[in-house]
Design a binder for this molecule. Structure first.
Ligand SMILES: Nc1nc2c(ncn2[C@@H]2O[C@H](COP(=O)(O)OP(=O)(O)OP(=O)(O)O)[C@@H](O)[C@H]2O)c(=O)[nH]1
Ligand SMILES: [Mg+2]
Length: 346
């Protein structure tokens, strides 16, 4: 399965996670606006420095503009380096480069008929207001991308960043290996079922439980370092290799009733992917609330250095960016221009 899945790792966090996937044997293209950040990835194979980029210092607009201006080269690089069925774009939502470039790049690649999922990261609750604002804006774009495949959301509130990276890549790798490694007369999961689960739109979780049976899996779902599953019952597929007997009905009580369940068995650990979930509303609402709670202070501080006004709601700081967007050039196909324009609304 590994050769069927490629990763575009954007920004610092994307790079850190991408490098781990590369070590596991997946094809990875590392993209950044900052040459300095790319220089920290001295052991990776494919690197692309976005033309004209000098880092984005948490400015999502800057990243978007750079992607617009260099999209043809980025797309060409992805075609050359990642000849895979599915592409996952990896980016933190709280920074500038990955957060700004990630959703728009996904949208543009989907327009090229690619199957595109994402691995993204929520900032910890104690991170800066700027990180929270970027994250909220990033998710508001991500949620609008109707044609995307599964989106895994790491939650930095759940632990130390680098350990979270390791954990995610390990469970991802274990999941991908199910068709090759786990075979049972009681049932198998084939590659088509794996792909169906991964290509499904919406948030997804992947967990691993050493403890056998339903109890182990339910505990893993509660303790996951991915964003928590909403209790609204939205779910499409469960793909599961169980250690011991797992009653799907027990899992349905936690995640809702899926359209289909693919199940096989093994003796080491339960590995499970659940896809077609809704986005982490509760967590995103808390981010929104934190921004709102601090809005007066932000406005006051920004007014002290800028005469411009703060826009309401989602595009919290639009207009205060030092970089007002240039419209995409006319030489791009209309669908691309429409997508690009969408990311500069507000
Ligand atoms: N889980 C995890 N989170 C990370 C890692 N590195 C940074 N972060 C988080 O990612 C956010 C910052 O994003 P970065 O990836 O550093 O930013 P960037 O995309 O390089 O963008 P700029 O440097 O602002 O241009 C913050 O919320 C950090 O906590 C990492 O390796 N793992
Ligand atoms: Mg960076």
């Amino acid at each position: 399965m590994k050769e069927r899945i490629g990763f575009v790792a954007i920004g610092q966090a994307g790079g850190n996670i991408g490098r781990l996937f590369e070590k596991k044997g997946f094809p990875v293209l590392h993209v950044n606006t900052s040459q300095e950040d790319l220089d920290t990835l001295d052991d990776v194979k494919f690197i692309y420095h976005i033309t004209g980029g000098e880092g984005c210092n948490k400015d999502r607009h800057k990243a978007k503009q750079l992607v617009i201006d260099d999209f043809d080269n980025i797309a060409q690089e992805i075609d050359l380096k990642l000849n895979t069925d599915i592409v996952y774009v990896i980016f933190a939502s709280g920074g500038g480069t990955g957060s700004g470039a990630g959703p728009m790049l996904m949208d543009l690649l989907i327009d090229e008929k690619k199957i595109v999922g994402a691995i993204t990261i929520l900032p910890g609750t104690k991170e800066s207001i700027k990180a929270q604002i970027n994250s909220y804006e990033c998710f508001s774009e991500l949620i609008e991308i109707q044609g995307s495949a599964s989106v895994l959301v790491l939650d930095n509130e759940k632990g130390e960043k680098l350990s979270l990276n390791e954990e995610l890549v390990e469970v991802y790798q274990d999941f991908i290996e199910i068709p090759e490694k786990h075979k049972s007369i009681k049932g198998n999961i084939d590659k088509a079922e794996m792909e169906e689960t991964m290509k499904t739109h919406g948030m997804a979780v992947m967990v691993k439980a050493k403890e056998a049976g339903s109890v182990g899996l339910i505990k893993a779902l509660h303790e996951t370092s991915l964003a928590p599953i909403e209790s609204d019952g939205t779910v499409k597929y469960i793909a599961l290799s169980s250690k011991g007997e797992i009653e799907v009905a027990d899992i349905e009580k936690v995640v809702g009733i899926p359209l289909d369940t693919f199940q096989t068995y093994n003796e080491e650990a339960t590995v499970c992917m659940i896809s077609g979930l809704s986005y982490p509303k509760t967590r995103l609402n808390a981010i929104y609330q934190k921004i709102k709670d601090n809005q007066d202070m932000i406005i006051k501080n920004l007014k002290a250095t800028s005469e411009m006004k703060l826009n309401a709601d989602v595009n919290f700081l639009t207009g205060l960016s030092a970089h007002s967007p240039k419209q995409p050039k006319d030489d791009k196909p209309k669908s691309k221009r429409d997508i690009m324009s969408k990311y500069f609304k507000g």
